[in-house]
Design a protein around this ligand. Structure first.
Ligand code: UD1
Ligand code: MG
Length: 452
C-alpha cells in the first residue's frame, strides 16, 4: 500500500511561526503521530506533502522510509495528492491521511482498508450531531454518490449528518486518472480531493465507507484550543490504559505522559506527575505527587517522594528518593540507595545501601556501598576548565559540610570529619579531618552599644 499524508496547510489559526503539523501533542509533533500510525500498516511507500513553513518539516522528520513532496502554492486537497503521484505504485492502493489529525488508530484504518480491498474507493465517515464545516456524504438508495463541501452544498444537503473525515483509500491507477481530471470550479476555487468520489461512481468503481471506533480519532487541529482538547483526550486514553493494566492513579485527569511509560504490577502514581521519553517503573514502584521523570528506569518497590526531578537516570530497587531530589543525566543508583531533599546527583554511580539525605551535590563521582554522605557535602568536580572524578570507596563516612576537591579518592572505610575540605586522597580506615583548631578566648567581652 501507498500512504500519502497531507500536511501542507497553512495553520493560520495556530498563530505561530511553527508549521501546524510540527506542534507537539504529548510531546511529539502532530505529524509524527500520523507517521507512526501509518508505519503500523506497513506501507511500501510513505509520502508526506508539505508546504507552509517550508523545509522545517522534512528537516525535522526525515527518515529512511519517508519521502517528501512540496506543494507550493496550496490549491486544495486534490492538488496536494497530485504532488505525490510520481511516487505512487499503481499496483497497490493508496491511503490518504491528514497530518493534522493525530489520533486515528491503526485498527480503524485497517477496517477501512479491509472494506475497500484492492479495487474499491473507501471513505472513513462519521455521523456528527453538528456536521457544520465538513464535506457531506451524499447517498442515493444507500450508495455513496458524491461528497459535497459545506460551501457548495444545497440547504437539503446541509442536513446530512454523515461527514467525510478526509481519510480515504483508492485504487492507485484509477486515482491518478481521477486526479488528472479535477477542476477548481467550486465555491473555494480549489482542487477538491472529494470530487474523485463522483468520478469513481461514474467509472463504475464501488464506493464504500467504514467508521472509526471513536469520533475523536477523526478530530483535526486547527487552533490551540483544538490542540489542547485533543491533548486531554489523548492523555485520558493513556491514563485509562494504565488503569486497565492495574496501575493505581490518584487521578487519571492529572497525569501527563509525553512518551512511553511502562509499568510493572502494583505501581501507584500520585497527582501532577509528568513522564517524558522512555520511562519504566518496575513492580511496586510508588511515585508521589508532582514528580517530573524523563528517560529513566526505576527498580522494584522504589519510592519517589514529592517534587523530584529525574533526567536520564537509572534507579535501582528499594530506593527512597526525595522529596525535592534531582537526578541528572548519568546517575546510576544501585538498590536501597537513599537520596533526600535538595540533593543533586549527576554522572555518578552510587552503589547499594548508600545514603545522601540532605543538601548535597554528588557530581562525576563513583560512590561505593554503605557510604553515608553527610548533610551539605559537595563534590567539587569543576575547576572552571575541567571536570574531574571523585571516588568514594565502600563503607566511607563523610561528615557534614565536607568539600571533596576532585580528582580525589577516599579509601575504603575512611571517615571524613565534618567541615573537611579534602584536597588530598584520604587513606582507608582512618579519620581524616581538615579544620582550623578550635580555640576559646578567655576574658573576651561582647561589644556594647555606644550611647551618643
Ligand atoms: C476537507 C475535506 C472535507 C472534510 C474535511 C475533514 C476536501 C475538499 N474537503 O475539508 O470534505 O470534511 O477535510 O476535516 O478535501 N491540505 C494540503 N494542501 C492543500 C489543502 C489542504 O496539504 O492545498 C491539507 C491540510 O494541511 C489538512 C488537510 O489537507 O491536513 C485538509 O485540509 P483542510 O483545508 O482542513 O480541508 P477542509 O476544507 O477542512
Ligand atoms: Mg479542515
Amino acid at each position: 500500500m501507498n500512504i500519502v499524508i497531507l500536511a501542507a496547510g497553512m495553520g493560520k489559526r495556530m498563530q505561530s511561526a511553527l508549521p501546524k503539523v510540527l506542534h507537539p501533542l504529548a510531546g511529539k509533533p502532530l505529524l509524527s503521530h500520523v507517521i507512526d500510525t501509518a508505519r503500523q500498516l506497513s506501507p511500501t511507500r510513505l509520502c508526506v506533502i508539505y508546504g507552509h513553513g517550508g523545509e522545517q518539516v522534512p528537516q525535522l522528520l526525515q527518515a529512511h522510509d519517508l519521502s517528501f513532496a512540496k506543494q507550493e502554492p496550496q490549491l486544495g486537497t486534490g492538488h496536494a495528492v497530485m504532488q505525490a503521484v510520481p511516487q505512487l505504485d499503481d499496483h497497490t492502493p493508496t491511503l490518504i491521511l491528514y497530518g493534522d489529525v493525530p489520533l486515528t488508530t491503526a485498527t480503524s484504518l485497517q477496517r477501512l482498508l479491509d472494506s475497500a480491498g484492492q479495487d474499491k474507493l473507501g471513505i472513513l465517515t462519521v455521523n456528527l450531531g453538528n456536521p457544520t464545516g465538513y464535506g457531506r456524504i451524499v447517498r442515493e438508495k444507500g450508495a455513496i454518490t458524491r461528497i459535497v463541501e459545506q460551501k457548495d452544498a444545497q440547504p437539503a444537503e446541509l442536513e446530512i449528518n454523515e461527514i467525510n473525515t478526509g481519510i480515504m483509500v483508492a485504487p492507485t491507477a484509477a486515482l491518478k486518472q481521477w486526479l488528472a481530471r479535477l477542476s477548481n470550479n467550486n465555491a473555494q476555487g480549489e482542487y477538491y480531493l472529494t470530487d474523485i468520489v463522483a468520478s469513481a461512481v461514474a467509472a463504475g468503481v464501488a464506493v464504500v465507507s467504514a467508521q472509526p471506533d471513536h469520533e475523536w480519532e477523526t478530530h483535526g487541529v486547527n487552533s490551540k484550543v483544538q490542540l489542547a482538547e485533543l491533548e486531554r483526550i489523548h492523555q485520558r486514553n493513556l491514563a485509562h490504559a494504565l488503569l486497565e493494566q492495574g496501575v493505581t492513579l490518584a487521578d487519571p485527569a492529572r497525569i501527563d505522559i509525553r512518551g512511553t511509560l511502562t509499568c510493572g504490577r502494583d505501581v501507584s502514581i500520585d497527582v501532577g506527575c509528568v513522564f517524558e521519553g522512555d520511562v519504566s517503573l518496575a513492580d511496586g514502584v510508588r511515585i508521589d505527587a508532582n514528580c517530573v521523570i524523563h528517560n529513566t528506569s526505576i527498580g522494584a518497590r522504589s519510592h519517589i517522594r514529592p517534587y523530584s526531578h529525574f533526567e536520564n537516570a537509572v534507579v535501582g530497587a528499594e530506593c527512597i528518593i526525595g522529596p525535592y531530589a534531582r537526578l541528572r543525566p548519568g546517575t546510576v543508583l544501585a538498590e536501597d540507595v537513599h537520596i533526600g531533599n535538595f540533593v543533586e546527583v549527576k554522572n555518578s554511580e552510587i552503589a547499594a545501601h548508600s545514603k545522601a539525605n540532605h543538601l548535597t551535590y554528588v557530581g562525576d563521582s563513583t560512590v561505593g556501598s554503605r557510604v553515608n554522605i553527610g548533610a551539605g557535602t559537595i563534590t567539587c568536580n569543576y575547576d572552571g576548565v575541567n571536570k574531574s572524578r571523585t571516588i568514594i570507596e565502600d563503607d566511607v563516612f563523610v561528615g557534614s559540610a565536607t568539600q571533596l576537591i576532585a580528582p580525589i579518592r577516599v579509601g575504603k572505610g575512611a571517615t571524613l570529619g565534618a567541615g573537611t575540605t579534602l584536597t588530598k586522597d584520604a587513606p582507608a580506615d582512618k579519620l581524616t579531618v581538615s579544620r582550623a583548631k578550635q580555640i576559646t578566648v578567655d576574658n573576651w567581652q561582647r561589644p556594647v552599644k555606644i550611647k551618643k
